[in-house]
Every structure is written in C-alpha cells, then in structure tokens.
Design a protein around this ligand. Structure first.
Ligand SMILES: Nc1ncnc2c1ncn2[C@@H]1O[C@H](COP(=O)(O)OP(=O)(O)OP(=O)(O)O)[C@@H](O)[C@H]1O
Ligand SMILES: [Mg+2]
Length: 249
C-alpha cells in the first residue's frame, strides 16, 4: 500500500529525514516511535504532502503510484488521510459542514459526531477554541468522514482523557477493520495505517505488525512494536543501542 524508498527530506536548511525506507503493506498497521524532534511528524506530513518539506532524494509510492511530488489534495483523493498533531484553526468552517463535505454528503454529521460524543461541537468552527483532546476527536471524525485507505495518525491518544480514549481507540479499530471500500474504491486487502505513539496506549485497540524507531531523522531500528515499546520503556531512547550509535556519528 505504502512504500517509502530511501527518502531524504529537508526543511529550511536542515535535513530532517535521511534515507528512510519503510513499507506498510495493504491491510497492515505500522507504528513509529522516537524521541521529541526525531522527525516523526515531518515524515507523516511529507507523506501527506503538507508543509515546507522538500524531498531531495527517494520516493513515496502509494498503491503502486509515485506520489512523491503530488499536491496534497491529489493524495487525499487517492485515499490518504492524516490526523495531524497540530491542525490549524479553520475560522468560518463549522465542523458539521466540514464532515458533510469531507464525506461527499454520504455520512450524517450528527451520527458521526455522536460516536465520539461530539454533537455539541457540530456548530462550532473546526478546532477554534477546542481543547487538546477535543482537537484529536475532531480530527478523527474528519477521517471517519473521509474514509481513506491509508491512515496517518499522529499521536491519536495524546491529550485524550481516559474515558474518551476507549471511544477513540475503538473508533480507530472500527475504521481500520470495517469493510474494504475506501475513498470510493476497493482496498482489496483492507485499510492500512502508520501510527505515531509515545505511550503505546493505542496498541490496546489496534493490531500492529511492525514498529520503527526514528532517531535524529533516521530509522534506527525496527521490529515487533510491543517489544520495541518494552525496550524503550526499560532503557529509554538514549540507551537504545542504535540511537546511541547514531548520536556518536
Ligand atoms: N518548518 C520547519 N522549520 C524548521 N525546522 C523544522 C520545521 N518543521 C520541523 N522542523 C524541525 O524538524 C525536527 C523534527 O520535527 P518533528 O515535528 O518531525 O518531530 P517529532 O518527532 O514529531 O517530535 P514530537 O514527538 O515532539 O512530536 C524538529 O527539530 C523540528 O524543530
Ligand atoms: Mg510530532
């Protein structure tokens, strides 16, 4: 579904990602770990085509198509959706209108909002004055409306209260497992996801096959996501052998 080949990305005068190679097969979920500032959000934004990230080397292949230089709306049309870590405030755009347009009128905004206990937000401008957890839930509602084939989730559980986390986790589980139709076409082997998490809480709700640790813009190691998380919890990133080696370079 998604194949990132030897991707090197600059922002400003700085290389934020170096020689990244990651693949997320159809119907599978991969997880990205890494310390603050290691390049995780930069990677998701680059895949979505957002921000000032310049690909200076490598390729992003989605469903067999080279999307490296495609504009963001074309990527969205192909079936890529992003839950952003820090989405903008959309002054003048009410959440209910956003959900209606994003779902091309196919989904009832009130029904969608009810699933995340967000009905009272429908008449408000998207993200304006929303709390951190409310922004996450609003982002997820918009993804549910879009129904993409590939979900890019930037810290979906961050800032979400304990009661809502179950709703968020269950909704992500349902979105990833519910049906094979997405973005108006068929994802033959199901939907895919690339998920950033610091706490690993989201792993209680989704089946993740592979985990990657990003350190200083480089994939330092990969493996079973739960084992990687245990390593990080026990030894921290500083003690992660590969990260330490990278720092010494
Ligand atoms: N537009 C930009 N201009 C300059 N530097 C940037 C820009 N965008 C990102 N960076 C830098 O790139 C690095 C990686 O940032 P990124 O947001 O990808 O980190 P992250 O791994 O998502 O961290 P966190 O866990 O804190 O969310 C940071 O040092 C950040 O300051
Ligand atoms: Mg980030």
């Amino acid at each position: 579904m998604l194949e990132i080949k030897n991707l090197t990305v600059e922002v400003g005068s700085r290389k934020v990602l170096r020689d990244i190679s990651i693949s997320v097969p159809s119907g599978s979920t991969s997880v990205l770990f890494g310390p603050n500032g290691s390049g995780k959000s930069s990677l998701l934004n680059t895949i979505m085509g957002l921000g000032n990230f310049r690909v200076v080397e490598g390729q992003i292949i989605f469903d067999g198509e080279d999307i490296t230089y495609l504009p963001v709306h074309e990527r969205a049309k192909l079936g890529i959706g992003l839950m952003s870590q820090r989405p903008p405030n959309l002054v003048g755009v009410q959440l209910k209108d956003m959900l209606r347009v994003t779902s091309k009128g196919k989904k009832d905004p009130a029904k969608l909002a009810d699933s995340l206990n967000m009905k009272r937000f429908l008449d408000r401008d998207v993200n304006v004055g929303f709390s951190g957890g409310e922004i996450k839930r609003s982002e997820l509602l918009q993804l549910a409306a879009q129904n993409p084939c590939l979900y890019l989730l930037d810290e979906p559980e961050s800032g979400v209260d304990l009661e809502s986390i179950e709703r968020v986790g269950n909704m992500i589980h349902d979105l990833l497992t519910g049906g094979v139709t997405c973005a108006g076409r068929r994802a033959m082997e199901g939907k895919s996801a690339l998920v950033i998490t610091h706490t690993g809480q989201i792993l209680d709700y989704i089946e993740a096959d592979r985990g990657y640790v990003l350190c200083d813009g480089v994939v330092a190691c990969s493996g079973n996501p739960r084992e990687l998380l245990r390593e990080i919890r026990n030894h921290g990133y500083e003690e992660c052998a590969e990260c330490r080696l990278l720092k010494q370079r």
